[in-house]
Design a protein around this ligand. Structure first.
Ligand code: ZN
Ligand code: FE
Ligand code: FE
Ligand code: FE
Length: 186
């Protein structure tokens, strides 16, 4: 009992800020840009493995295409850091590390073919949604800060992430999930 109470107190306590903590929206904005550039660079490395493990040619080419798009997104972010006069060094994104790890385990836990394809689509949609949330927020921050040029760059990437999500949803609904379901009947 006593233990549970003190545990609860610990979990509801206000978090103490580090000495390096952001104290304004601009600083938070830059921190989050560092997070997403780390995430995009991690994806450039992780996506080719997903493409290699996919079987359906349409899915393979959709992922391969998104690798190229992702490289462009890294460049766009580097351009943003230039505009801001900030270093483009990334800061570890725990969420993307986790999402990529989850993608790895989905591949290990599925037989290659339609079932693994369905797993890869599921993992990549989680990734795309994380990016959509991140860029949506970043574009809003940029506008609030009066950084219109940067907001436009972030919105261009946001549109690409949404497009990738739609392509993945389409390939999931057409053929791939049906084929995966048929594997069940064998
Ligand atoms: Zn992130
Ligand atoms: Fe991206
Ligand atoms: Fe993150
Ligand atoms: Fe993406």
């Amino acid at each position: 009992m006593q233990k549970t109470n003190s545990q609860n107190e610990k979990n509801t306590r206000k978090v103490k800020a580090k000495s390096s903590a952001a104290d304004g929206l601009r600083e938070l904005f830059i921190d989050e840009l560092k997070d997403i550039v780390y995430a995009e660079r991690a994806l450039v490395k992780a996506l080719p493995k997903m493409a290699k493990n996919a079987s359906e040619p349409k899915l393979v080419s959709a992922i391969e295409e998104h690798v190229k798009v992702t490289e462009g997104q890294v460049q766009r972010l580097e351009q943003i850091f230039d505009i801001l006069g900030e270093s483009n060094r990334g800061k570890k994104c725990d969420a993307m590390e986790g999402l990529i790890k989850e993608g790895e385990s989905i591949m290990e836990e599925t037989e290659a073919g339609p079932v693994r394809d369905a797993g890869i689509i599921s993992a990549s949609q989680k990734i795309e949604h994380y990016e959509i949330a991140s860029y949506g927020t970043l574009a809003a921050f940029a506008k609030t800060l009066g950084e219109e040029e940067i907001a436009a760059l972030l919105e261009a990437t946001l549109a690409e992430e949404k497009e990738a999500d739609v392509i993945l949803t389409d390939s999931a609904y057409h053929s791939i999930n049906f084929e995966a379901a048929e594997e069940n009947d064998k």
